[in-house]
Design a protein around this ligand. Structure first.
Ligand SMILES: C[S@@+](CC[C@H](N)C(=O)[O-])C[C@H]1O[C@@H](n2cnc3c(N)ncnc32)[C@H](O)[C@@H]1O
Length: 261
């Protein structure tokens, strides 16, 4: 599939979180967003959780990080990556998820995995972990309470820079895309050094899946340059938003022919 040019602007990325436009003549009864909790991130940024009806949104420094209403592509991130594994490997796979958010990717991974699987979730914001434990379980079927889940409050970049036992699958959704990073230090993840670290943290035959709100020219080639086989998927952001697409790269670490693994 061809890759489109995308300027990486957060404004475009956030378009997925727009409220649907009311039909002309329809009565507009807008329930306001209510602040549920506020916390300070480890870098001093203001983290806020808002609620409107059954929906939540997380803001960082006043800017929207994600809205719970639109989540089909977050689920697809886990589904596509796990479908790429052989069924017997899926039953007891080890999975690393970068970025907990509303826990949709985690819930989709748990649904696709067997009882012998183990899922480590790395989340930099302690408040996001706490909100998932205390408030957000209704969105994701209490995913963080699942016995297969280990929550790690840490920076994914720091974790990947240290030696790690390799995973069958790594699901990466910490940013709006390879260039539209939420924090400058996350840019490392998509650099040749970061991709080499992701490859080293993946078993031969395993998969790294990367979520993005938009296309990214040259990113498939960058993944190939890091030693992955690459398939790019365009997926719907939400069933009701027929034209809006998000992007998921599936990067498979080839099996080591010499070692026969
Ligand atoms: C967009 S949300 C993830 C959405 C998630 N896939 C879901 O299903 O709701 C991104 C998350 O990554 C976290 N994050 C950002 N940078 C990170 C990093 N370097 N290490 C770990 N977590 C990070 C943010 O705090 C946020 O919770």
């Amino acid at each position: 599939m061809g890759e489109q040019k995308w300027d990486g602007s957060l404004a475009r990325a956030r378009a997925r979180d727009r409220a649907p436009r009311p039909r002309l003549g329809a009565a507009i009864t807008m329930t306001p967003w209510t602040l549920v909790d506020r916390a300070e991130a480890e870098d001093g940024a203001r983290l806020e959780l808002f609620r409107r009806g059954s929906h939540y949104s997380i803001r960082v420094g006043g800017s929207l990080l994600r809205n719970s209403r639109v989540h089909d592509s977050e689920r697809a991130l886990a589904q596509l990556a796990l479908e790429a594994l052989a069924p017997d490997a899926r039953a007891a796979a080890t999975v690393l998820i970068g970025g907990l958010g509303f826990g949709y990717t985690l819930a989709a991974a748990l649904a696709a995995l067997g009882p012998g699987a183990a899922v480590s979730v790395v989340e930099i914001a302690g408040a996001v972990i706490r909100w998932n434990r205390d408030l957000l379980g209704e969105l994701n079927g209490q995913a963080v309470a699942d016995a297969r889940v280990t929550l790690i409050e840490a920076d994914l970049c720091a974790l990947l820079r240290a030696p790690l036992a390799p995973f069958d699958v790594i699901l990466l959704d910490v940013d709006n895309g390879p260039r539209a990073v939420g924090r400058p230090s996350n840019g490392w993840l998509y650099s040749p050094e970061g991709l080499a670290a992701l490859r080293a943290a993946t078993r031969p035959g395993g998969v790294v899946a990367v979520w993005s709100a938009g296309p990214e020219v040259g990113f498939s080639d960058r993944l190939r340059g890091a030693g992955f086989e690459v398939v790019l998927h365009r997926v719907s952001s939400h069933a009701a938003r027929t034209r809006e697409r998000h992007f998921i790269w599936l990067a498979t670490r080839p099996r080591d022919l010499a070692g026969g693994v």
